[in-house]
Design a protein around this ligand. Structure first.
Ligand code: PLP
Length: 460
């Protein structure tokens, strides 16, 4: 036992004691996930020394890549200076400065920022604010949240209840009449309609739903600009602005969940307005705000929305929502350093320059027989593996084949995120042109080799 490497100990302890997200319970305790030991730039290394390109940027978050001395120093300096303060009766300068920076980056009058511990708590806070807001406004019936199938918003009870990835639902008590789901803007559901007709259908469905529920009961529309974990689903152009106009007619708050799309993933600090043409009432963020170095999230809220329930309109209320680690000084210092690196190294213009290359590189995979669709926006892309006709329902075989593509890509030195029959890639924003080309080349090779295995009858 004493001769055992630390990595081997880690693998054993992981197998025996860790309980991980999305655990396949039948296999609990039988095997551990690969143990990563270190990272450098866009690469991570396993305990067996395998070097891999971090294709999904961890979980859509490692924007500036691994091993940044700037972030490490900011974290260390802040931990030595002030490692904690209670946000209930004090604050700290990194949190205050970061709120100011984020207020400059967000569109419209979204100038006040509430910090949380990650994405789920950011969305949860936005939803709890919505509840508080309508109670203070004397509209206790205006509580329903309209979300979309295929959307993902987190793992608190409320955000999981707003998550329309139905595969996540079994054995959890998700159902309730608080949340109402609209169709996913998945092109599969367009069923031959033009993009304009599909958009009309989606917008019409929203209007009908409000009429059906009664606008006096609908509090919020909650949406990711791009449904990321739900399969990189990109709504038709104009969708966001048309939905927002309807929200305004009915005094419904529009919450844009930018946990994935913010902090450069689409080439801008925030994507709602600059990429998707909508100025929401609230924007949630997390992940890329610290490039994944430490946990942090938050929600930016419109001043005009806040004005309705604060100052002379507060009606004696207290927004009693918060976390021990709200505005944590070390996390906020890491975020400020992350923003400084993104600015100093020109990472936003670099990302904007890489987006067309990434788009074209993935689109070139369309010629492969197993590839039914390729979708990309910003540095978020998905290759859809399908043995049947495009836009059909994915079969178990399609999912098995996609998983095999990911396994082969792993062996070839690229991590690909498996989501059902999709191979999802969203690299760190610092990926160079040569690295983007390499990612696309490995993916092509992995799909070709998988195609041969399918042809040879090895997968079925
Ligand atoms: C759009 C979106 N919202 C919320 C979350 C939840 O964030 P977290 O896992 O940091 O709680 C995620 C996580 O992937 C996400 O993709």
């Amino acid at each position: 036992m004493d001769d055992m490497r630390n990595e081997d100990r880690a693998a054993l302890a992981a197998r025996d004691h860790l309980f991980s997200p999305s655990e396949e319970m039948e296999k609990l305790g039988q095997a551990a996930r690969p143990v990563l030991t270190h990272g450098e730039g866009i690469h991570v290394y396993t305990d067996t020394g395998h070097r891999l390109i971090d294709g999904p940027a961890g979980m859509w978050c490692t924007q500036i890549g691994y091993g940044s001395p700037d972030i490490a120093k900011a974290i260390s300096d802040q931990a030595l200076r002030l490692s904690y303060n209670s946000p209930w009766y004090t604050t700290n300068s990194p949190a205050a400065e970061l709120a100011g920076r984020i207020a400059e980056m967000t569109p419209g009058d979204l100038n006040r920022v509430f910090f949380t511990t990650g994405g789920s708590t950011a969305v949860d806070t936005a939803l709890r604010f919505t509840e508080y807001y309508n109670n203070v406004l004397g509209r206790p019936a205006k509580k329903k949240i309209i979300a979309r199938y295929d959307g993902y918003h987190g793992s608190t009870a409320l955000t999981a209840a707003c998550t329309g990835r139905t595969g996540n639902w079994p054995n959890f008590d998700i159902a309730g009449d608080r949340v109402s789901f609209l169709s996913s803007p998945n092109p599969r559901l367009a069923q031959g309609r033009s993009a304009a007709a599909f958009l009309d259908f989606l917008v019409g469905e929203f209007e009908e739903r409000i009429a059906q529920l009664g606008s006096g009961t609908v509090a919020a529309f909650l949406a990711e600009p791009v449904l990321a974990s739900g399969g990189v689903i990109i709504p038709p152009k104009g969708y966001h602005a048309r939905i927002k106009a309807i929200c305004e007619q009915h005094d419904i708050l529009y919450i844009s969940d930018e946990v994935v799309t913010a902090f450069g993933r689409c080439g801008e600090w925030f994507a709602s307005e600059s990429v998707f043409g909508v100025v929401p009432d609230m924007i949630t963020f997390a992940k890329g705000v610290t490039s994944g170095y430490v946990p942090l999230g938050g929600v930016a809220i419109s001043e005009s929305v806040l004005a309705r329930v604060s100052g002379g309109n507060a009606r004696g209320g207290w927004f009693n929502n918060g976390y021990t680690y709200t505005g944590h000084p070390v996390a906020c210092a890491a975020a400020l350093a992350n923003i400084a690196v993104i600015e100093r190294d020109g990472i936003l213009p670099h990302t904007r320059a890489m987006i067309p290359r990434f788009d074209a590189g993935l689109a070139a995979l369309r010629d492969l027989p197993l590839v039914a669709d390729v979708r990309a926006v910003g540095l978020i892309g998905a290759v859809e593996i399908m043995t049947g006709p495009p836009h059909a329902e994915a079969t178990d075989l399609d999912k098995k084949i996609a998983l095999r593509v990911d396994e082969i890509a792993w062996d070839l030195g690229l991590i690909v995120r498996p989501i059902a029959n999709l191979c999802v890639i969203s690299p760190p924003l610092i990926a160079t042109a040569a690295e983007i080309d390499r990612i696309c080349a490995i993916l092509r090779e992995a799909i070709l080799r998988t195609g041969k295995e399918v042809a040879d009858g090895h997968i079925g």
